[in-house]
Design a protein around this ligand. Structure first.
Ligand code: HEC
Length: 149
């Protein structure tokens, strides 16, 4: 009986440490997962524009929709009070909410514009360079101000 409980505890620890000590069901775990998905999605899109992956208009357009959907999601998972551990969000996120929200809206605007650009037919990868760069700049602008590296 005691042994059983011990192994349950150990299992829970293993599961937690597999994700860097962050509970995937917590607000922190949820926003980190969304940010990671945004990164993976944008990496593949950049890959297509840089020639690392074959450019395919339909795939790119679908990824733009996915990225735009994801871009609206992380913000609700920043709770009222900052977590003490495992977060790389600077205290400024909570201290300068208006500015943080402004940069969140600017990412959403950039991903929205990317969706519109990716609906053009015929779709040329060259026409997507600028809208994609605007998205990347929106990511970087916020990380520069609000993320600890
Ligand atoms: C409005 C601000 C803001 C914007 C815009 C933003 N991020 Fe972030 N990002 C953050 C903050 C804050 C964190 C730290 C989250 C934490 O650890 O609590 C973060 C963390 C991350 C992480 C690390 C997740 C982890 O596992 O720790 C990745 C990857 C990431 N962002 C990718 C992106 C990408 C890609 C974009 C653009 C498509 C983007 N972010 C746009 C604020 C932003």
């Amino acid at each position: 009986m005691r042994l059983k409980r011990l192994s349950a505890v150990m299992l829970a620890c293993l599961v937690l440490s597999a994700c860097g000590g962050v509970d995937p069901a917590s607000p922190l775990g949820k926003r980190k997962a969304i940010f990671k998905q945004m990164l993976h999605t944008s990496e593949d899109m950049n890959g297509m524009l840089l020639g690392r992956l074959t450019f395919d208009a339909a795939t790119f357009a679908a990824s733009a929709e996915t990225l735009d959907g994801l871009a609206h999601q992380p913000w609700q998972h920043f709770p009222q009070v900052r977590e003490q551990d495992h977060t790389s969000a600077k205290p400024e996120v909570w201290e300068r909410q208006a500015r943080f929200q402004q940069l969140a809206r600017s990412l959403e605007a950039a991903t929205g514009a990317l969706v519109v650009a990716s609906r053009a037919r015929p779709l040329k990868d060259l026409d997507l360079d600028q809208p994609m760069q605007n998205v990347e700049s929106a990511c970087k602008a916020c990380h520069r101000e609000f993320r600890d590296h």
